[in-house]
Design a protein around this ligand. Structure first.
Ligand code: GLC
Length: 785
């Protein structure tokens, strides 16, 4: 079953039937006020922080699923019939339904009989509220008396309290006056803890309301649900205020429509710390022309955002993913880290040092300044000795966790990539505090990260896994105690040291370079210990036993050590190729590479079954997409173009469009994982949207398959194209210059071969050097392979 299609011209995904296998979400807002919205208007919103400043309630794992949401009901007053143009929550069959998820907005149309309605939901740029622009049209030949009802279910701002306690509603207070429903809290915190205070929540319409219910129970009625509220049965609200109970924003507005007539009603939903300011905010949001202007501005914003990276390949799925959806997902992931989605509940995840240090890789080409600020913010939770706390909560400016082996190392690559992109070497000298004591330059921070790992190795000279490494679910192996060593981190360290060598060479820091080269050479001497005849092992457990070896029945091979071995450049080519032949033999599926194989269906320390999931799920034999691009990068480095492209194709979200009943999740964005072949439900995917998969797949596709890669002294042209592609065009801005590259795959030569022409003139090598950019607005380059 196909549930929708791509409208590339409008940069939208169009859902044509409402009953998608899972709610297919979009995001509203960009890091400030925002939330998620499904194709049937389900979802949640919050103001900056989904933990402490929740606005809408959302019931995870609810039945019926995907409730509640930003609902509108229409009631025909003559017949008493009512429905929702977004299908949910009334679920009445619609004559026509369409949901368009676009860049920062969602538009849901629903026709019932001859009443057509459409709601556009968006968050204006930099505003702390959302707009619902609702339009309703009478396509019949007779005059129609309708009533419009809204459904907003407010959440107590501290979501944990909302879920866990009954008392929050006792503090809740709400009245409707001057057309504004306003929810407030009797807060003892407000004076003493300004940062923890509950914001006032509000909902209003730009058309006079006939009635309202701020009491959720009064609107729904006992033993009813959002599908059949008593207010809809009765055709009116009760004008209930709310004193110590569950709060709703249910407004009722009468609409009379002549034949062919259309009316627009705008709604605003928001949060503010300043109760007195709310009427003014509402007034200016509803000022004449404001909503159209705000929406046009949002569209312009995205138009501009996407325009700085555009490609044309012979594969239209690749084009739409790279030109539109992957860029959009990278920015969304950058903005919201792992805050909240259909899978992340917004209870406990701020910016993870590890995750949010990887996300900037997906936006650096476009907003390097913001990427740099994010890196700095995270470096400030690093400890003076080099390791780091794990999570930072930007709203409250607090951090927690720590003790992992990989977290701190991610910063080395991000800092180096930022400098390669921008040439802003001053960044290295910027001072950033350490979380515990003192401060240091950015360069010192990343050097300390490397030194920390060098100083924390086990009996084989391999870095200790500490609490865990990238693979959260391998934590139990570390819980066993003893010197567990992580081969993944060993190669991550090798990669970081290689990056430092490149950086030192560019900065002419010769002494440091020599030191790093010495370290790198020394790491090379440890390779035999981690080689397992045909691939690299994953770890040594506390007994010093190999983990991830062909000698065991299960968990013989893990993907990440193979990928990072190649990325580190430490092993000789023969071993890298052998390891990747093994990856292909053992880990490849039509939907991507599984993380490890074969996966045991048990958890048993002594048998070396350390991952607490059934075989095929997540980090236990699942297809963990976050790590697929690393393998693709590795294949491009090995020059095995077809394998790289094969794996890239396998993970493309667009491929899922015609398999949605199997794969479940949205076909326009990457997801974090899919159940692997050992699982009875192989093919079902989970955790779409907020995943490191977004940044890494964009990074890999643009910098390693298309091969347009920023380097310190210019832009490298190093494509790794599939044979069937004859020509590719790329337009991107690099250090303020528009670079247009045409790659002609004429002779289908090996990777690294080709002649580069810059503005028609052949040049040595394959890079557009920094000097060439000077004084130019644009450059035309051609690379003939
Ligand atoms: C999730 C986490 C990430 C971790 C990965 C593998 O994506 O957000 O931090 O590295 O799982 O366990």
């Amino acid at each position: 079953m196909q549930y929708g299609y791509f409208d590339d011209k409008n940069k939208e995904y169009v859902i044509t039937r409402p009953d998608t296998p899972t709610p297919w979400m979009n995001y509203l807002g960009q890091g400030g006020y925002g939330g998620i919205i499904s194709n049937t208007a389900g979802g949640v919103s919050f103001d900056r922080d989904p933990q402490q400043r929740r606005v809408l309630r959302y019931r995870y794992n609810n039945l019926p699923m995907d409730r509640p949401g930003r609902y509108i009901y229409i009631r025909d007053m003559a017949s008493g019939e009512y429905w929702s143009p977004s299908w949910q929550p009334v679920l009445r069959d619609l004559t026509h339904y369409e949901c368009r998820h676009g860049m920062g907005y969602t538009r849901i149309k629903g026709v019932y009989g001859d009443i057509a309605a459409e709601t556009l939901y968006f968050v204006p740029l930099k505003k702390s509220y959302e707009i619902w622009r609702f339009r309703v049209r009478n396509d019949s030949a007779t005059k129609r008396e309708l009533k419009i009802f809204t459904y907003v279910e407010f959440c107590y701002p501290s979501v944990r309290s909302d879920v866990m306690g009954d008392w929050p509603r006792m503090k809740t207070w709400g009245e409707c006056s001057d057309n504004i429903a306003l929810i407030d809290y009797i807060s003892s915190f407000r004076q003493s803890h300004p940062v923890w205070q509950e914001p006032c929540l509000y909902f209003s319409a730009d058309t006079p309301v006939e009635g309202y219910d701020l009491s959720l129970e009064d609107f729904i009625g006992p033993y009813r649900s959002e599908s059949n509220p008593i207010a809809l049965e009765n055709g009116r609200c009760t004008d209930s205020s709310i004193y110590s109970d569950n709060a709703a924003g249910c407004l009722c507005l009468p609409v009379t429509l002549a034949p062919g007539e259309e009316k627009t009603i705008n709604f605003i939903l928001g949060a503010s710390d300043d109760k007195e300011a709310i009427p003014g905010i509402v007034k200016s949001a509803f000022a004449i022309g404001a909503i159209d202007r705000d929406f046009a501005e949002l569209n312009r914003h995205w138009e501009e955002y996407l325009s700085s990276y555009q490609i044309t390949t012979p594969d239209e799925d690749v084009n739409r993913i790279l030109n539109i959806w992957n860029q959009y997902q990278c920015k969304t992931t950058f903005d919201w880290s792992r805050y909240i989605s259909l899978y992340e509940r917004g209870f406990d995840r701020g910016y993870g040092f590890r995750d949010s240090m990887q996300d900037p890789l997906g936006v650096m080409y476009r907003i390097p300044g913001e990427a740099k600020e994010r890196i700095k913010l995270l470096l400030a939770i690093q400890k003076n000795r080099g390791d780091t706390l794990s999570v930072y909560y930007p709203f409250h400016k607090t951090a927690e966790g720590g003790g992992r082996s990989d977290d701190h190392l991610w910063s080395v690559f991000s800092v180096c990539c930022y400098i390669k992109e921008t040439c802003d070497t001053d960044f290295l000298d910027e001072m950033v505090p350490y979380h515990d004591v003192g401060e240091g330059t950015v360069l010192e921070h990343i050097e300390k990260a490397v030194r920390f790992t060098l100083d924390h190795t086990g009996p084989h000279g391999i870095p200790l896994m500490l609490q865990n490494d990238w693979n959260d679910s391998l934590s139990p192996i570390a819980d066993m105690g003893g010197p567990v060593e992580s081969v993944f981190v060993f190669f991550q360290l090798g990669h970081a040291v290689k990056e430092l060598i490149g950086l030192y060479a560019y900065m002419n820091l010769d002494e440091k370079r020599k030191w790093a080269e010495g370290v790198y050479a020394d790491l090379r001497t440890r390779l035999d210990a981690v080689w397992d005849d045909e691939w690299f092992i994953r770890a040594f457990n506390k007994y010093g036993e190999k983990f991830g070896t062909h000698e065991d029945e299960y968990n013989q091979i893990y993907l990440n050590p193979q990928s990072w071995a190649v990325l580190s450049g430490l092993p000789e080519r023969g071993r890298m190729v052998k390891a990747f032949d093994a990856v292909r033999r053992h880990l490849r599926t039509d939907w991507g590479l599984v993380l490890n194989s074969p996966a045991p269906n048990e958890f048993d320390f002594e048998k070396k079954y350390y991952t607490p999931f059934p075989a095929g799920a997540r980090e236990n034999g699942g297809i963990f997409y976050h790590s697929n691009p690393w393998a693709i990068m590795a294949e491009t480095i090995l020059g095995r173009n077809e394998y790289a492209y094969d794996y890239y194709q396998a993970m493309l979200p667009t491929r899922r469009n015609v398999h949605a009943d199997l794969t479940k999740v949205e076909p326009y964005v990457y997801c974090q994982n899919m159940l692997g072949p050992q699982h009875p439900r192989f093919g079902a995917a989970y955790n779409s949207w907020l995943s490191g998969t977004a940044a890494w797949s964009f990074f890999t596709a643009t910098q390693y398959i298309l091969g347009i890669r920023p380097d310190y002294d210019g832009l490298l042209i190093d494509p790794c194209l599939p044979e069937e592609w004859d020509e590719v065009r790329i337009e991107r801005t690099f250090r303020g210059v528009l670079i247009k590259v045409t790659i002609q795959n004429v002779h289908k030569g090996a990777k690294g071969t080709g002649i580069l022409y810059i503005d028609g003139v052949p040049v040595e090598g394959n890079r557009i050097r920094t000097e060439v950019l000077e004084g130019k607005h644009s450059i035309d380059a051609a690379f003939i392979i």
